[in-house]
Design a protein around this ligand. Structure first.
Ligand code: ZN
Length: 202
């Protein structure tokens, strides 16, 4: 099975659970689920439909601010961003605009505003999105074309041991898992905080 990220080498079987198998690329070290085992788009959406999206819930705002605050420190006022894979809520856009930034939201299920592809952005945010992408290389390459600046990624890096006990791998909408080395396939990585990375496109 060819690695879906670096496309360089055959990935090796790494882990199996009751419903899925996981392969690991010996080169870029990404761990992924073969694409013939991923759930349908309908099933995927019905799972996202159950996510908590109460924008007035302080815990929910706090969760978003854990991304917004460190990202804002990397930016200059008036920069224009894209929240790619925003989900059902546009809270990210609201919080960025409260801090003086312009932002568009996009989500293939909830905000399918295809006009983003005709624009340019100073920065792009993917908040727990990259682990869901069916074709990460195609999506990242599309995003790079509309990007003038860094990509900010929030995702959980997989643990060095006990992968099978890790809660993140059990979500059926999570179909790839990164290490720092795997993120570096996209570009130069700077760690901004727990699970939050700034990437300069290659
Ligand atoms: Zn690879």
């Amino acid at each position: 099975m060819i690695c879906p990220l670096c496309h360089k080498v055959e990935a090796e079987l790494f882990h199996t659970d009751r419903t899925r198998t996981f392969y690991k690329c010996p080169d870029c070290t990404i761990i992924f689920v073969p694409r013939n085992q991923i759930i349908s788009k309908e099933e995927e959406k019905s799972r996202y439909d159950t996510h908590n999206n109460d924008e007035t819930d302080p815990h929910y705002r706090e969760y978003y601010l854990r991304t917004v605050d460190p990202v804002v420190r990397e930016l200059f006022p008036e920069m224009k961003g894209l929240d790619f894979g925003c989900g059902r809520t546009q809270l990210m856009k609201t919080l960025f605009s409260e801090k003086g930034f312009r932002m568009d939201s996009y989500d293939p299920f909830y905000v399918p505003d295809e006009s983003i592809w005709d624009k340019d952005y100073d920065f792009i945010v993917m908040n727990e999105v990259i682990e869901h992408l069916a074709d990460p290389v195609a999506t990242l390459s599309d995003l790079r074309k509309i990007s003038r600046g860094p990509l900010f990624v929030r995702t959980k890096l997989y643990p060095e041991s006990d992968f099978g006990k890790w809660f993140y791998m059990r979500d059926p909408t999570h179909i790839q898992f990164f290490s720092l080395k795997a993120l570096a396939e996209i570009g130069k990585v700077k760690v901004l905080g727990e699970d939050l990375y700034r990437i300069e496109w290659k």
